[in-house]
Design a protein around this ligand. Structure first.
Ligand code: UDX
Length: 467
């Protein structure tokens, strides 16, 4: 059992701390008194509401209550930790770059208060090289005669599944150029995970790995999204292509789902950050740059399908959006594609009726879209707004509730249009919707509902492929 301290009681810090507390003694430090009190109340079984919504997190904190505490007291936080994780925010600044001011502030606080040798690992998403900067700041402000090694330990958890991701990770990446410190970190993780899960490396490799992992996942999605547009054009079905390609274990089936584009707090931010970083070091990352371009193109392509069906002026139109978060089961609207669609429709005069399974997502929509007040309504029941005034339904995320809609209720809509932004409806359902007069639009499988124009395709081949 080691003593560890986590700087930052945020989305990464709290789940990570709760997970480490299974086998280690953890102190979470944050200057925000509300957050700290909140966490301690949950740990002490005095409350069951947290500022972070993650399935299983409250239970995990309570299960490990003997090993975890949160504090605003820096001297308590730095009471003999062997490893310190910095997990503070790195919000993008006006240039879209990770702002390192909180990371640097944490480094200075550590330097001024630490009284024993320890390893500092950065968990926040930062440009490669930041660990060296942190080390420089610590060395400059160090008060006591102690040895501090600095490295990197990026986080790969996804929103909504953070607790499970932490419990059964595919891999733990960490890097430190000081091999003695690296061994110490290995020992720490061996209490929690098997050796084959661990990927120790150099500091810079670890920092690059974080961006590389997110950018590659985003690239898989954009790759499929550009093929989805081709599938629509020629009449193939992207879902079938995904299966055919993804069953090759060298490729892998995950993150091949074509959609109206990826959103969230990581992929858009991290792809832009590493693409810009590559440019700064005269090593342009052309593939990642294309990933970003394709993502922008895909959401436009999807929105155009709606505009194409109804025209530019949508002033007397009403649309339903099921799912407004950037993915299912989150209240997070950052870079949410359904939000972008909603704004596009409202800008063109439409009224948008929004339902999400997460109440907080609806609340956040209201808070973040004050200028659209009066142009949208929010609902807490999935079918409450389905009536004769509705022109079309847009499916915004992959929640199970949207996969098998009650078609009888949808038949009350005056417009028989379903725009499936996440390709969640199955072929059987789409065909039966088509028989009932519905128009189905998706990203790459429209021809499930619309016959392929084989003659056009044959003529094209005859003209272009035979000399
Ligand atoms: C992601 C990474 O998965 C995680 O490892 C990293 O630490 C942070 O970024 P997250 O942003 O929470 O996690 O969500 P994720 O489930 O990865 O989805 C990101 C976006 O891609 C969502 O908009 C999702 O709908 C979209 N997506 C995902 C697709 O469009 N197709 C897919 O096949 C998978």
């Amino acid at each position: 059992m080691a003593r560890v301290t986590i700087f930052g009681a945020g989305y990464v810090g709290v789940p990570t701390g709760a997970h480490f507390a299974r086998t280690h003694r953890v102190t979470i430090y944050d200057p925000d008194n509300n957050k700290v009190e909140n966490i301690n109340k949950v740990i002490d079984n005095d409350s069951d509401s947290l500022h972070i919504h993650e399935k299983g997190l409250i239970e995990l904190l309570q299960e490990n209550h003997e090993n975890i505490v949160a504090t605003t007291d820096i001297s308590l936080a730095l009471d003999r930790p062997e490893i310190i994780f910095i997990a503070v925010g790195t919000p993008p600044n006006e240039k879209g770059r990770a702002n390192l001011k909180y990371v640097c502030a944490a480094a200075e606080q550590i330097a001024k208060n630490v009284k024993n040798d320890c390893v500092v690992l950065n968990k926040s998403t930062v440009p490669p090289g930041t660990a060296y900067l942190v080390k420089e700041i610590i060395d400059k402000h160090l008060v006591n005669d102690v040895k501090i090694s600095v490295g990197s330990c990026p986080e790969f958890l996804a929103e909504g599944t953070a607790v499970e991701d932490l419990r059964t990770p595919d891999r733990i990446v960490y890097g430190c150029d000081d091999t003695e410190a690296l061994d110490k970190v290995t020992e720490f993780f061996l209490y929690l995970h098997g050796r084959s899960t661990l990927s120790p490396m150099t500091t810079l490799s670890s920092e690059v790995t974080k961006y590389a992992a997110n950018a590659l996942l985003a690239t898989k999605i954009s790759f499929m999204n550009s093929l989805a547009i081709l599938c629509d054009a020629v009449g193939a079905n992207i879902r079938e292509v995904q299966e055919g390609v993804g069953k090759d274990t060298r490729v892998g089936r995950k993150f091949l789902n074509a959609s109206m584009g990826y959103g969230g707090s990581c992929f858009p931010k991290d792809t832009s950050a590493i693409a810009e970083y590559g440019q700064l070091f005269s090593s342009p990352l052309e593939i990642i740059e294309s990933t970003i371009l394709v993502n922008d193109k895909t959401i436009k392509y999807f929105s155009e399908k709606i505009i194409h069906a109804f025209g530019d002026d949508l002033s007397d139109k009403n649309f339903i959006i099921w799912g407004i978060g950037f993915k299912a089961r989150t209240d997070d609207l950052r870079e949410s594609k359904p939000v972008q669609v909603a704004r596009e429709l409202m800008d063109r005069g439409a009224h948008v009726h929004i339902y999400d399974t997460v109440k907080g997502a609806l609340e956040n929509f209201k808070v973040e879209n004050p200028s659209y007040e009066g142009k949208y309504s929010v609902y807490h029941e999935q079918y409450e707004m389905v009536n004769g005034n509705i022109d079309g339904l847009i499916i915004g995320n992959e929640h199970e509730k949207f996969r098998n809609p009650d078609v009888e209720k949808l038949e009350n809509m005056r417009g028989k249009y379903i725009f499936d932004g996440k390709n969640v409806l199955n072929n059987h359902l789409i065909k039966s919707l088509k028989r009932k007069g519905f128009n189905y639009r998706s990203v790459g499988k429209d021809t499930v509902a619309n016959a392929v124009d084989k003659t056009k395709l044959i003529d094209f081949l005859k003209n272009q492929y035979m000399d």
